[in-house]
Design a binder for this molecule. Structure first.
Ligand code: RB5
Length: 146
């Protein structure tokens, strides 16, 4: 479990975000909600950047949800040190941690249902990075040296 867990969505992901928050809090897992907090149309980029900065400054982990998950992952991955994985099933969520050391899970609120989404979150939070050869590979993700 990360030392800090944050979640954010746009209007296309808010219903799924609320389901995830409710489920985690029922299990006494702390999760900080960075918005959006209403049904009004907002820009997913604002939430992706806010969450990415929070994850980096607190060495935490995050969950980002928009309609497809695509816009959130594109924006979050612009931050050096963020490895945001857009996942649609449990296998992808597990591999995102084991092989990619992903620190942000992205998903589409209009793509996956709550059952799949909750499974992905649980797996993402409870799966360790395997390290070894994968360290070399993730160190080659950024084009500019860190
Ligand atoms: C909003 O309609 C939609 O474009 C957004 O949620 C997301 O899917 C973008 O990638």
């Amino acid at each position: 479990m990360p030392k800090r867990l944050v979640i954010a969505s746009d209007h296309g992901g808010i219903d799924l975000k609320n389901v995830i928050i409710q489920e985690l809090r029922a299990k006494n897992i702390d999760i900080v909600d960075l918005g959006t907090h209403g049904a009004s149309s907002v820009d997913y980029t604002d939430y992706a950047h806010a969450l990415a900065e929070d994850v980096l400054s607190n060495e935490g982990m995050g969950v980002l949800i928009c309609g497809t998950g695509i816009g959130m992952s594109l924006a979050a991955n612009r931050h050096i040190g963020i490895r945001a994985a857009l996942c649609t099933n449990s296998y992808m969520a597990r591999m995102a941690r084991e092989h990619n050391d992903a620190n942000v899970l992205c998903m589409g609120g209009r793509v996956v249902g709550p059952g799949v989404a909750l499974d992905m979150v649980e797996i993402f939070l409870n799966t360790e990075f395997e390290g070894d050869r994968h360290i070399r590979r993730i160190n080659k993700i950024d084009v500019s040296p860190q």
